[in-house]
Design a protein around this ligand. Structure first.
Ligand SMILES: [Fe+2]
Length: 326
């Protein structure tokens, strides 16, 4: 099983809520390179995400990531230069064995990952998650020392939706211990190609719904409040779909409501597969433990590299940015 459907965040969205259509991200701040200026920090604190352009400049590295994705397709179910193979319900050919070996293809959403192999490759962990430019940005957000990095989540692909299919967003919170996420763009990701989609400000409004500031649990008594706040956000907030080039990175607060975007590139007649590498970061000077009920642990949510820790405290109106360096 991939997700524990009993978690509070799996509560269905109320039928009266109509999720708004996403708008394309517009670069509001000059966010190039690895520095963090005041404008960027203010944007991140207010919105819960920050798009940094050109953090990793290495065309060969990202060509290798894309090659790696295609090399792991089972039985040529998806063919790199045959978009028809992406559009013709490839998930129907994906077996349980494929799922275990290279991750689930759920409709057009392939989370390419595995417990022992995919996500732990040196060129992903050293080359991307531990790239000096990544660490420089991350340390400005959350300080040092960082928890040791053992894996990335995997290589995540969004296939274009067929023209006759109405795409829907899947807004959710990751019910994982964490602090700072980073979606590293690995292939060309133009607007409308299914970029990581976020509900700005939701990290602030959901902060007090959780049992602790950084942990993965919401006790039963808090579930209704979480669901109410989440549905309020979905009712009043326009989501933003990010886009970019290989080496751009979307940094995001781990309590942000988010979704894979809808890949409409086939509708426009130029289908592409959206490819990103998600990474997880947190401060390292803590007493970490595995949560074997909900994860992350080796048993549940093994693709998440961050963990719960014993010093974590209950959220309050004033401690959203405690343990951050911004
Ligand atoms: Fe997620």
């Amino acid at each position: 099983m991939d997700y524990n459907t009993g978690h509070a965040t799996s509560q269905a969205i109320d039928a009266s809520v109509s999720v708004k259509e996403a708008v394309a991200y517009t670069d509001l701040v000059a966010a190039m390179g690895t520095g963090l200026n005041r404008q960027e920090v203010d944007f991140f604190k207010r919105n819960g995400y920050l798009v940094k352009r050109g953090v990793i400049r290495d065309d060969q590295l990202f060509a290798n990531v894309v090659d790696h994705l295609w090399a792991n397709v089972p039985r040529d179910i998806l063919v790199r230069d045959d978009p028809d193979s992406w559009l013709n319900s490839p998930h129907k050919q994906w077996t349980e064995f494929d799922h275990a070996k290279v991750g689930l293809l759920h409709h057009g959403n392939w989370k390419m990952r595995s417990a022992a192999r995919i996500g732990k490759e040196l060129f992903l962990v050293e080359g991307i998650a531990r790239h000096p430019s990544m660490l420089r940005v991350v340390e400005q957000f959350i300080g040092r020392p960082l928890k040791s990095l053992n894996r990335v989540r995997g290589v995540y692909a969004i296939l274009p939706k067929p023209q006759h299919v109405t795409g829907v967003l899947g807004p959710h919170s990751d019910y994982a211990a964490g602090q700072l996420g980073a979606m590293v763009v690995a292939g060309e990701m133009p607007a409308g190609s299914g970029g990581f989609t976020v509900w700005p400000g939701s990290h602030i409004r959901l902060h007090e719904s959780w049992d602790t500031c950084f942990g993965s649990s919401i006790t039963d008594s808090r579930v209704r409040a979480y669901r109410k706040r989440r549905d309020e956000i979905l009712s009043d907030t326009v989501p933003v779909e990010t886009h970019g080039h290989p080496g751009d990175v979307i940094f995001w607060h781990h309590r942000l409501l988010h979704s894979a975007g809808i890949n409409r590139t086939a509708d426009a007649g130029c289908p592409i597969v959206r490819i990103i590498v998600p990474c997880d970061y947190q401060r390292g000077d803590k007493s970490f433990f595995d949560d074997n009920e909900y994860g992350p642990s080796e048993k549940y949510q093994w693709w998440i590299d961050t963990r719960n820790y014993r010093e974590d405290v209950a959220p309050t109106a004033t401690n959203l940015w405690a343990e951050w360096s911004i």
